[in-house]
Design a binder for this molecule. Structure first.
Ligand code: G4P
Length: 545
């Protein structure tokens, strides 16, 4: 009973966007409403800058703080809200995709001037595959953006979803007057200013109310009447089930910076969005209401303090109640494990937590036992599915610059790649260590951290590969022949699974044609979801070549 009530109260989601559309600003305003933070700027100052590669020093500086924003928990209107942060930088797209496996819904922010951008399309592709419910927030209405109908069309065409506006802008840019709520038939008037939290709510019983003309000018009121009659003619009635099944995305308009339309968004979001949902494992579907605890690790943050090798593994609770100090089963290692140091993330603070419920994220103090994707249960031996291991697109061999520190280098590489920053492959003979990542920035971060945290000097030698794919083959002879001919392009991932490196898409296609008995896999987890190779190919966060 206690569990059921806790489940119904919880909302776990991520705010996602193309960099600069306003994700950080919106997150911050949502937290302000819930008292999750006290001052504007608190989240912003933790934001990893997205400009140049040289910013990785900045990332390092902020890493210690950013763990506090990895999960932001606050209460609003009787609900307990967990916002999972996703890095904006495209070189960290993998981290974002993994975080999306731990949420129940998503708020997607679009810049009304720029419309749908590259990163938005990729993020949305992942949401579509998982049928994650999405609400769209069209931001920066205080700027002269694209006509709203044009934006609606673009959302549908480029993102492959059906949209349904639930609010509609009255004017835009300098002529922005406010937002009409189609459900409540009222207009919120816009008052520019970053500090304004309350919105003046003007109630009009119907759109022909002359008060509307007085407040927003006759021209703007007439335009609104025309737009609304068009919307009601074109779009179907909104049904929550269509949103929950991921078929329809409700759309809101506003300006995060001016704190406009944010409360509206938050309140509707809380009414519509799903509480923690059931999740697939390799054996069965796990329901959040089950009494036995289960959860999975979707993120690891290591070496917060360089003097200690401490790590925090972020675990999403999927069922039952997590209790600190209780013995749980670590499925991958087939071992029982007890977590005595556990954290929750409330109001800028990392607090000790004793109990956590489905939808919650617990920070587990870890000495190196956990890797991303690990499942923890009360004994059942199943593994949660859908935590993607994306195929990297840039590859470099790590060259040891100090043979006396070989051990440190190996340890550093193992631990850093376990954090999920990049993937490590080992190639024989000679145990060559190859790192694959989706962005250049990650190599700089790794090199820097190897030096600073492990005292290991290294250099990175670029390799001419563009794709890595896992391969399987039931026919022993075909497998050995393939291995023999392609030995120099084959390595093993951290689980010892064979991986083939291809120089280009073209080469890969011809290799696939020549080896029909070998099956190539492009992510190790998203198989069997009906997703085509082409649709996965672009989801590395980096462009195809
Ligand atoms: P991101 O996390 O998606 O990358 O975006 P972020 O919130 O950092 O916003 C990117 C820029 O857009 C910021 O300006 C921010 O102030 C601005 N912005 C966000 N919402 C709105 C809005 O509703 N209207 C307008 N006009 N601008 C908005 P910046 O100059 O890059 O940063 P800052 O100097 O303001 O911190």
């Amino acid at each position: 009973m206690e569990n059921e009530q806790s489940i119904q109260q919880r909302r776990t989601f991520a705010v996602i966007s193309h960099p600069d559309a306003g994700k950080t600003t919106l997150t911050e305003k949502l937290l302000l409403f819930g008292g999750g933070i006290r001052t504007a700027g608190a989240v912003k100052s933790n934001k990893i800058k997205k400009t140049a590669t040289s910013d990785f020093m900045e990332i390092e500086k902020q890493r210690g703080i950013s763990v506090a924003t990895a999960v932001m928990t606050f209460e609003y209107d009787g609900k307990l809200i967990n916002i999972l942060d996703t890095p904006g930088h495209k070189d960290f797209a993998e981290d974002t995709y993994r975080t999306l496996s731990a949420v129940d819904s998503v708020i997607l922010v679009i810049d009304c001037v720029k419309g749908v951008e590259e990163q938005t399309e990729k993020l949305m592709q992942v949401c579509r595959m998982r049928k994650t419910p999405v609400i769209v927030f069209v931001n920066k209405l205080d700027r002269d953006g694209r006509p709203p109908f044009e934006l609606m069309d673009e959302l549908e065409n480029k993102l492959g979803i059906t949209v349904r506006p639930l609010t509609w802008p009255v004017g835009m840019g300098r002529g922005f007057k406010g937002v009409y709520n189609l459900h409540e038939s009222n207009v919120y008037l816009f008052q520019p200013g970053k500090t304004v939290v309350e919105e003046h709510r003007l109630l009009v019983d119907n759109l022909s109310d002359p008060q509307l003309d007085q407040e927003v000018t006759k021209t703007a009121a007439d335009q609104l009447r025309e737009d609304i009659s068009l919307i009601e003619g074109v779009y179907d009635e909104f049904a929550r089930e269509d949103y929950l099944s991921g078929d329809i995305a409700p759309v809101f308009f506003g300006s995060a910076l001016n704190n406009f339309g944010v409360r509206e968004l938050l309140e509707t979001f809380l009414n519509l969005s799903p509480p923690p949902r059931s999740r697939e494992t390799d054996l069965r579907t796990v329901d959040p209401g089950e009494t036995a605890f289960s959860g999975f690790v979707f993120k690891i943050h290591a070496n917060l303090d360089p003097r200690h090798r401490d790590r925090i593994a972020f675990l999403r609770v999927c069922s039952g109640v997590f209790e600190r100090g209780k013995s749980y089963h670590h499925v991958r290692r087939n071992k029982d494990i007890r977590f005595s140091t556990t954290y929750s993330f409330m109001a800028e603070r990392k607090n000790a937590v004793d109990r956590a419920y489905p939808g919650d994220v617990v920070g587990l103090y870890d000495r190196g036992d956990m890797v991303i994707g690990d499942t923890v249960t009360e004994g059942e031996r199943h593994n949660f599915q859908g935590i993607p291991n994306f195929s990297p697109t840039i590859f470099k061999e790590v060259v040891n610059a100090d043979p006396l520190r070989t051990k440190q280098l190996e340890k550093g590489l193992k631990q850093l790649t376990e954090e999920g920053v990049a993937q490590l492959f080992i190639q024989q003979p000679g145990r060559r260590q190859i790192i694959g990542a989706v962005g250049e920035l990650q190599f700089e971060v790794i090199q820097y951290r190897l030096r600073e945290e492990y005292g290991a000097a290294s250099s990175m030698k670029s390799l001419p590969y563009a794709r890595a794919c896992w391969f399987t083959c039931d026919d022993r002879e075909a497998r050995e022949t393939f291995r023999r001919f392609r030995e120099h392009q084959i390595a093993e991932d951290k689980h010892g699974r064979p991986v083939y490196f291809a120089e280009s898409e073209w080469m890969l296609s011809s290799i696939m044609r020549d080896n029909p008995k070998v099956t190539f896999h492009f992510t190790s987890e998203l198989e069997g979801t009906g997703v085509t190779r082409e649709s996965l190919a672009g989801i590395g966060g980096s462009s195809r070549r």
